[in-house]
Write a new protein. Structure first.
Lengths: 261, 269
């Protein structure tokens, strides 16, 4: 299988920090697979994820060293996204590498506009096209039946779980190649969590997914590969079964069996 | 002992509240009693020269309105700069502190300042001079409310905007401002309510006129300045008109404040 993204030897230092938060991290994100990142709070897993669409760049002064390769659209080669300098190219990158956050973040607009907004920014402006993609995205995010009669309502009137599915619909409407999930269910109840997890297992057929989670059972349930991080380092990366059944490092085993973290 | 202190404290604070409310009630009662007796149709249809208040009410609203129309973009843009682009630099903090100081600047100082830079060089009072004074008074209020309201917008919302490929400009204009809309609107209404009742900045700048005028380049009719003038007239009818003007002004400010409250309540629900 091809790698959709390849993080190679990435060292990342927050603005003003003396120590790097990520130390020589390497991680492949395989195409059409789910890669999970686990580890205790503060280990750098969210920092790593937020580097993969350069959202850190919203705040000035952070330092990247290393390479993050993204497979070109024609699949013939890779481009190092850390080399991107122009604002327009960063915008293009974020359309190709979507992100879902911990807290649902519906925009202060109608449900329809929440999805149409990103489409228009990406250049899709014709009303029939927009309508079609909005409907398809909502269907893919399993929200269409609940939302179809209230598309012109404020999106903030949806429940937390519905809001999170709307955010997923909003991301997939842009036809990204990779979707990054940053603890997408930690603010949700168990039933909404289940809905999101089921969706992720469907979405992997079309997209490559990288998910940060605090919940080890979740990683075990939905991912193909798992990386265990600790104190800014990638301790172990392997197939999820291997990580959970026969980890090769003692730290990994200790964390998974609940002895620390 | 503790129980006694508790009782005493309760009694004193209740008394203080009663005293405060008593005077407020007294003012409102006097205002209504004296103002309402002179309230009739003529007040709204005749100009001051004919014993009505039409021209001064329109003049006051016009000056405050023009100041607001110019003040809104300036204030909001400055607020956006402070919160979205200024970062935590020293200059941003300085500008923020400066706005705070300007918010509490005595309005007579602003009036005198505009008198010195506009009225003296041009040689006469004018509506524009009044507009400028009111503008200077209201901009800091709009700046600080915008700044505060934008601060309440969750950082995740900005990141989510960036994450779907919006530029910082788009995120600010289409997402952040929209989220903070109700709060900013409240700020604008309160700023308008603040300046619409101002007298001190207008006495030396717009002056007041007894005649109908919509020409801001000359001395301009002002309700507050007229109330001030009417109150000191020897003629009882004139004083009565002053009371009516004061009543109308209070009603106007009250309504705008209520509108502001309504807007911010709606946001919460």
């Amino acid at each position: 299988m091809k790698n959709m993204m390849e993080v190679q030897d990435l060292t990342f230092t927050y603005s003003g920090a003396s120590e790097p938060s990520l130390k020589s991290i390497s991680l492949p994100v395989e195409k059409n697979k789910v890669t999970a990142l686990i580890g205790p709070s503060g280990c750098g897993k969210s920092t790593l994820l937020r580097g993969m669409n350069r959202i850190h760049d919203l705040y000035p002064g952070h330092q990247y060293e290393g390479v993050i390769n993204l497979l070109d659209s024609d699949e013939k080669g890779y481009t190092d996204i850390l080399g991107i300098k122009k604002e327009a190219d960063l915008i293009r990158l974020r359309q190709r590498v979507g992100m879902i956050f911990q807290k649902p973040t519906p925009f202060p607009m109608t449900i329809f506009e929440n999805i149409a907004y990103g489409l228009r920014l990406s250049g899709i402006k014709k009303r029939p096209d927009v309508q079609e993609i909005v409907e398809q995205s909502l269907r893919d995010a399993a929200l269409w039946d609940e939302a179809k009669d209230r598309l012109d309502h404020d999106a903030r009137g949806l429940s937390g779980g519905q809001q999170q599915r709307l955010c997923i619909a909003r991301a997939i409407a842009l036809k990204p190649e990779v979707i990054l999930f940053d603890e997408p269910t930690s603010a949700l109840d168990p039933i909404s969590t289940l809905a999101i997890e089921e969706m992720i297992s469907v979405l992997r057929k079309k997209y490559s997914i990288c998910i940060v989670t605090h919940n080890m059972q979740q990683a075990a349930r939905i991912s193909d590969y798992t990386g265990f991080m600790y104190l800014g380092e990638m301790i172990e990366y392997d197939q999820t079964d291997t990580i959970f059944m026969t980890p090769s490092k003692k730290q990994t085993e200790d964390y998974i069996s609940g002895r620390f973290g | 002992m503790r129980l006694l202190m508790n009782r005493l404290f309760l009694i004193f604070s209740t008394l203080a509240a009663i005293i405060g409310l008593f005077f407020l009630g007294w003012i409102l009662f006097t205002l209504c009693a004296k103002g309402l007796t002179g309230l009739n149709f003529d007040v709204f249809t005749k100009d001051l020269i004919d014993g009505g208040l039409r021209n001064v009410i329109v003049g006051q609203i016009m000056m405050s309105g023009v100041a607001t129309v110019i003040g809104i973009p300036v204030g909001i843009l400055a607020g956006i700069y402070l919160q979205e682009y200024g970062g935590n630099s020293k200059s941003t903090e300085f500008l923020r502190d400066l706005s705070d100081v300007m918010m509490s600047a005595p309005s007579i100082v602003v009036g005198t300042f505009v008198y010195a830079i506009v009225v003296v060089p041009t040689g006469h009072t004018s509506g524009w001079a009044g507009v400028l004074a009111l503008f200077i008074l209201m901009v800091p209020i709009i700046v600080r409310t915008t700044d505060d309201m934008l601060k309440l917008v969750p950082i995740e919302l900005r990141e989510a905007g960036i994450a779907i490929g919006a530029s910082k400009y788009h995120v600010t204009m289409n997402i952040v401002i929209r989220y903070a809309k109700a709060g900013i609107l409240t700020g604008i209404l309160l700023a308008f309510a603040r300046v619409v009742g101002e007298t001190a900045p207008l006495i030396y700048t717009s002056g007041s006129s007894e005649f109908w005028s919509t020409d801001l380049t000359s001395t301009f009719p002002s309700l507050t300045v007229s109330i001030y003038n009417l109150a000191t007239m020897p003629d009882d009818e004139m004083v009565q008109l002053g009371w009516t003007g004061a009543f109308l002004l209070t009603a106007m400010v009250l309504i705008i404040n209520l509108l502001g409250r309504y807007a911010s309540n709606k946001k919460r629900s």
